[in-house]
Design a protein around this ligand. Structure first.
Ligand code: SDX
Length: 428
C-alpha cells in the first residue's frame, strides 16, 4: 500500500519519527506504526478501540453511517436479492458467480454435507444436556483429526477443499448437536434440498414422518445466514486469524472462532437478548427494566456495538424479517415482538442511550425470528456460528494467501514487580 501522507511523532526528549499514513479504498486512514519499534516504543490499545490488525478486501463497515458491504455489495441488497450459498461464493472468491459457477459451487457443497460416521461417536462423550456450543467447539475441532494430514495450508487447492468441507459439514454437525441434545436420532443430509432446506430437514425431520420445509421459514433463515456471514475483524474472526497465523489447520481455527463467538458480549447476545425479553415479560415492565440498565445493574442485550454508532443495518433487515415471519405464522401479535419494539422505542428516545449511541444490533430481533422458526434458544448461537463459518474461512484464506503474513504476536505494558531475589521458606 502506498502512503501519500506522513505523520511525524515527536517525543518530549526531542526524538521524532515519521509514520506513513495509509489510505484504504473506503473508511478511515491508518497510521503505519512499523517504524515505532525504532524508538523502543509500543502502542497501547487494549480491546483494539483504535487498531487495525490487518488489511482486508472482504467486508466493509461504516459504523457512523450504518453501512455494511460484502465485497462492495450492500447487505440490504444481498439480503433481499441473493441466497446464502451465492453470498458464500462471493465472500470466498471476491465476485458473484455466473450461472455455471453457482451451480458447480452448489453441487460441490451439497456433495460434502455428510460427515465421517466415526465423528458421530464424539457426541457420546458429552452429557445430553451439554450446551450445544460446547459440543460444537469439540466436534468441529475434531474434524482436524479427519483431515489434518491431507492439508498443506500453503496449497490454495487444499485451502479451497477445506473451505468447502467446513461450509458443507458445519450445518450437519450443528443439526447433530441439536438432535443429540433432545435425544432424537441423527438425520442424514438429503442432496435434493437446498443448503438451508437441508439444515432445517436435519434439524426437524424424524424417521417417523416426512418433513417438508416451509418456504417462508426457509427464506427467513436464509436471510439470517446472509446477515451473519461476515463482519470484518470482530472478536471471533480476530481469534480465527490469530490462530491461523501460527499455521494451525482451518478446522482448529474455526473451532477457536466458535469458542470466542459463544460469549454473551458477542455471538451469545442473541440467546441473552431473548432471555432478557422473557424476563421483562410484559410491556408494562419496560420502563423499570430500562431504569435498571441506566443504573448499570445489567446491559440491554442486543443493544450497542463497538463499531455501529448508528442503527446496525442488519437489525433493520431483521426487524422486517421478524414482522414477515410472524405475519406468515399468524403470530403478528407476538408478545415478544411487541415487547422488543416497545423496548427499542423507549431506549431510542432516552438520553442515556442516545448519548452513548446505543442502537439495536443484529442480535436484538434475531432471537424472536429463530424462536418463531422453531429453533430452541440454546441453539441460537450455534446458528450464528453456522452462518459465520464462511466469514471465518474467507478471512483465514485471505490471510494465509498473503505470502507476507506473519504470526500474530502482540506486546504488552508490563505493570508487574521489578526484579527481585528468591525468598527461602524460613524467611517468608
Ligand atoms: C455482535 O464486533 C462485531 O462486529 C460483533 C458482531 C458480529 O457480527 O460479529 O456485530 C456481533 O457481537 C454484536 C454485539 C452483541 N452484544 C450485545 O448485544 C451485548 C450487549 N452489548 C454490549 O455488551 C456492548 O454494547 C458491546 C460489547 C457490544 C460493545 O461494547 P464496547 O464497544 O466495549 O463499549 P462499552 O462497553 O465501552 O460501552 C460504552 C458505554 C458504557 O457506558 P459508560 O461506561 O460510558 O457509562 O455504553 C454502555 C457502557 O456501559 N453500554 C451499554 C450497552 N452497551 C454499551 N449500556 C447498556 N446496555 C448495553 N447493551
Amino acid at each position: 500500500m502506498e502512503s501519500k501522507r506522513i505523520a511525524t511523532l515527536t517525543l518530549d526528549d526531542g526524538r521524532s519519527i515519521e509514520l506513513p499514513i495509509l489510505s484504504g479504498t473506503l473508511g478511515p486512514d491508518v497510521l503505519d506504526l512499523h517504524n515505532l519499534a525504532k524508538l523502543g516504543l509500543f502502542t497501547y490499545d487494549p480491546a483494539f478501540f483504535s487498531t487495525a490488525s490487518c488489511s482486508s478486501k472482504i467486508t466493509f463497515i461504516d459504523g457512523d453511517a450504518g453501512l455494511l458491504y460484502y465485497r462492495g455489495y450492500p447487505i440490504e441488497q444481498l439480503a433481499q436479492k441473493s441466497d446464502f450459498l451465492e453470498v458464500c461464493y462471493l465472500l470466498l472468491n471476491g465476485e458473484l458467480p455466473d450461472a455455471a459457477q453457482k451451480e458447480e459451487f452448489r453441487s460441490l457443497i451439497t456433495h460434502h454435507t455428510m460427515v465421517h460416521d466415526q465423528l458421530a461417536r464424539f457426541f457420546n462423550g458429552f452429557r445430553r444436556d451439554a450446551h450445544p456450543m460446547a459440543v460444537m467447539v469439540g466436534v468441529v475441532g475434531a474434524l482436524s483429526a479427519f483431515y489434518h494430514d491431507s492439508l498443506d495450508i500453503n496449497n490454495s487447492g487444499h485451502r479451497e477443499i477445506s473451505a468447502h468441507r467446513l461450509l458443507a459439514k458445519v450445518p450437519t454437525i450443528a443439526a447433530m448437536t441439536h438432535k443429540y441434545n433432545i435425544g432424537e436420532p441423527f438425520v442424514y443430509p438429503k442432496n435434493k434440498f437446498s443448503y438451508v432446506e437441508n439444515f432445517m430437514y436435519m434439524m426437524f425431520a424424524t424417521p417417523a414422518e416426512d418433513y417438508v420445509p416451509n418456504p417462508v421459514l426457509v427464506r427467513a433463515l436464509e436471510r439470517i445466514f446472509i446477515l451473519h456471514a461476515d463482519h470484518e475483524q470482530n472478536a471471533s474472526t480476530s481469534t480465527v486469524r490469530l490462530a491461523g497465523s501460527s499455521g494451525a489447520n482451518p478446522f482448529a481455527c474455526v473451532a477457536s472462532g466458535i469458542a470466542a463467538l459463544w460469549g454473551p458480549a458477542h455471538g451469545g447476545a442473541n440467546e441473552a437478548a431473548l432471555k432478557m425479553l422473557e424476563e421483562i415479560g410484559d410491556v408494562a415492565r419496560v420502563k423499570d427494566y430500562v431504569q435498571g440498565v441506566k443504573d448499570k445493574k445489567y446491559k440491554l442485550m442486543g443493544f450497542g456495538h463497538r463499531v455501529y454508532k448508528n442503527m446496525d443495518p442488519r437489525a433493520s433487515v431483521m426487524r422486517q424479517t421478524c414482522y414477515e415471519v410472524l405475519k406468515e405464522l399468524d403470530l403478528a401479535n407476538n408478545k415478544l415482538f411487541e415487547l422488543a419494539m416497545e423496548l427499542e422505542k423507549t431506549a431510542l428516545s432516552d438520553p442515556y442511550f442516545i448519548e452513548r449511541k446505543l442502537y439495536p444490533n443484529v442480535d436484538f430481533y434475531s432471537g424472536i425470528v429463530l424462536r418463531a422458526i422453531g429453533i430452541p434458544t440454546n441453539m441460537f448461537t450455534v446458528i450464528f456460528a453456522l452462518a459465520r463459518t464462511i466469514g471465518w474461512v474467507s478471512q483465514w484464506n485471505e490471510m494465509i494467501a498473503d505470502a507476507d503474513h506473519k504470526i500474530g504476536r502482540p506486546r504488552q505494558l508490563y505493570m508487574g514487580e521489578t526484579k527481585r531475589d528468591y525468598v527461602p521458606m524460613e524467611k517468608r
